[in-house]
Design a protein around this ligand. Structure first.
Ligand code: GRF
Length: 208
């Protein structure tokens, strides 16, 4: 059974997709041990609590330094003995010591087709604003392993979504969530939980 920690900062619709996929069997051999947020007001924490999943807040504001926050965050993760850390709309930079300790065991969902519209400054609606400003006809979402960079780790799954005439950033964000994020994030967890994913020379291989 793959033990998961899901890290969130906002509404938690990706967390909900994981919860629902585990409940309906689309994701097997995995269990959410804890949901951790940096934001005490994140509705994602309520989603977890409603489902009887331990929901904790580790807020940088509670600590006198970033180093102390980083330490507390790592201690929280370690306390639950998780196998995989899932960043689902988590807006905090993951400290290097956690990247190191959980090498190839942290995944992230990004709302574009990496390497487009990603990296510093590209998060949330800003991603979709960039997509619309550039006039691309196809966007989508990416699940990738997390390394020391921003959105630079090995790509696990991607799913394309059409950009339509008249799209606003909000409309496009919702379509990318519904048609891509909420599908490929649970799918990636299912594949990892069932031993189908490996990384060789920085490239992800998925076994049938
Ligand atoms: C999603 O758009 C995700 O791609 C991005 O942050 C947003 C989180 O949404 N990383 P939610 O909290 O899962 O609803």
């Amino acid at each position: 059974m793959l033990k998961l920690a899901v890290c969130v900062s906002g509404g938690g619709t990706n967390l909900q997709a994981i919860i629902d996929a585990i409940d309906n069997g689309a994701v097997s051999n995995a269990k959410i041990e804890v949901v951790i947020s940096n934001n005490p007001n994140a509705y994602a924490l309520e989603r977890a609590a409603k489902h009887g999943i331990p929901a904790v807040c580790v807020s940088p504001k509670e600590f006198e330094s970033r180093e102390r926050f980083n330490q507390a965050f790592m201690e929280k993760l370690d306390a639950y003995g998780v196998d995989l850390v899932v960043l689902a709309g988590f807006l905090v930079v993951v400290p290097e010591q956690i990247i190191e300790k959980y090498r190839s065991r942290i995944i992230n969902i990004h709302p574009s087709l990496i390497p487009s519209f990603c990296g510093k400054g590209y998060y949330g609606l800003k991603v979709h604003e960039g997509v619309l400003a550039r006039g691309v006809k196809v966007t989508g979402a990416t699940v990738h392993f997390v390394d020391e960079g921003t959105d630079t780790g090995p790509i696990i799954l991607q799913k394309a979504v059409e950009v339509l005439e008249g799209d606003t950033p909000e409309i496009l964000q919702k379509r990318v969530m519904e048609q891509a994020e909420w599908i490929i994030l649970p799918q990636a967890i299912h594949l990892i939980a069932n031993g189908k994913v490996s990384v060789e020379d920085g490239q992800v291989r998925i076994r049938a």
